[in-house]
Design a protein around this ligand. Structure first.
Ligand code: SAM
Ligand code: SF4
Ligand code: SF4
Length: 341
């Protein structure tokens, strides 16, 4: 096990398998920036599955047991099930999860991902009102496709299915209660995420954050809630249960109650750079090490040193930096679709 300068172990690895997406959610890949002329990675620049498999094996020797596959939209990457099977076969991996917008989640796909080794699925859905949904994702994918995708997932025995809703003030807070109504008693856990200042282009502003407190205050009078204990130390989502026994919800308050003190997560970009924070401006490129035929224990040693030096705590520092948005960091952050959300 290795701990960083703030005494945080390395436990989770998020792997972005592609920087591409078939959606253009304004808070992540705004259309005016990620348009026709945006240069995405070529397929030969993507880390190959055998390299990802090898790196995951090395990461397990540093304490990583949980993997999440993400992107961009991970279901766009060819034969993702092959990668999942490879990772599932690695000693020390206890949990493989996937985050998707569910637009490509046919019933066959929902079953084959599970069969390959995915046990937990996060599906992003920001509204049940079709017009609001389309306004957020900016592509002509019918909302019904996503609802069908969720239904397909629910038909498979995944351990956990979570539905992630990013709440933006003035955009989709009116959909919070309909989302509660729709997902109560389905077995899926609805999670509300505060809108974050990821990347450089989403025009984030504190005034656009519908806070965790506001979310709970809105739901509680209609569907009374009570807090429940975290599943494990460092769980980013605060858990609540409906008092009438119809399930639970979660609230991720990255803005108003940051959780950097427990952050045990590294991210691997689609082309092979390691980032120690979602808000980092640069990553540590593993590609030259892979191409230079370094041995596993040499790569492990580089990663160990990287983690030992880590002192990221962007979200905790954010509040004090709000008065000086041009402090230099704001223009240099890596994009979330690239690094993996
Ligand atoms: N395309 C997949 C999806 O949307 O589920 C996976 C990648 S996406 C970057 C992962 C998660 O990041 C999604 O749940 C998305 O809602 C969330 N996300 C993206 N931009 C965000 C932002 N500015 N604030 C909060 N969450 C954000
Ligand atoms: Fe694509 Fe997910 Fe980003 Fe939306 S949040 S643009 S679906 S990567
Ligand atoms: Fe972790 Fe960085 Fe997010 Fe803090 S801001 S919780 S260190 S990823």
């Amino acid at each position: 096990m290795v701990t960083d300068r703030l005494n945080r172990p390395l436990k989770d690895l998020r792997i972005s398998v592609t920087d591409r997406c078939n959606f253009r959610c304004g808070y992540c890949m705004p259309k005016d920036v990620f348009g026709k002329h945006y240069s995405f990675l070529n397929s030969n620049a993507l880390l190959k599955y055998q390299d990802i498999e090898r790196l995951v094996g090395i990461f397990t020797n540093l304490g990583v047991h949980k993997i999440r596959l993400t992107g961009g939209e991970p279901l766009l990457r060819q034969d993702l099930e092959d990668l999942i099977r490879r990772i599932a076969g690695i000693d020390g991996i206890r949990d493989i999860a996937l985050t998707t917008n569910a637009s490509l989640l046919t019933s066959e796909r929902a079953a084959s991902l599970h069969e390959a080794g995915i046990r937990r699925l996060n599906i992003s859905l920001d509204a049940l009102n079709p017009e609001i949904y389309a306004r957020i994702n900016q592509v002509p994918v019918p909302l019904q496709d996503i609802l069908d995708g969720i239904r397909n997932a629910l038909d498979v025995p995944y351990d956990v299915i979570k539905i992630n809703m990013v709440v933006q003030k003035g955009v989709n807070e009116d959909d919070i209660l309909p989302m509660c109504e729709y997902f109560r008693n389905t077995g899926a856990v609805l999670r509300f995420i505060e809108f974050m200042d990821v990347g450089n282009h989403n025009r984030w502003d504190l005034d656009k954050v519908f806070t965790a407190r506001e979310i709970i205050d809105l739901i509680n009078p209609v569907y009374p809630l009570e807090p429940i204990r975290a599943n494990y130390r460092g769980e980013v989502s605060k858990r609540w249960r409906y008092v009438d026994g119809q399930g639970e919800i979660g609230v991720i308050s990255s803005i108003t109650q940051p959780f950097c003190t427990d952050c045990a997560r590294a991210r691997l970009s689609a082309k092979g750079e390691v980032f120690t924070c979602l808000f980092a401006s640069s990553g540590y490129d593993l590609r030259p090490l892979l191409d230079g035929n370094l041995k596993d224990d040499e790569i492990l040693e580089r990663l160990r040193r990287l983690w030992l030096q880590r002192e990221d705590r962007y979200s905790m520092d954010r509040m004090s930096n709000l008065d000086s948005p041009s402090d230099g960091r704001a223009s240099q952050k890596v994009e979330m679709s690239y690094i993996g959300g």
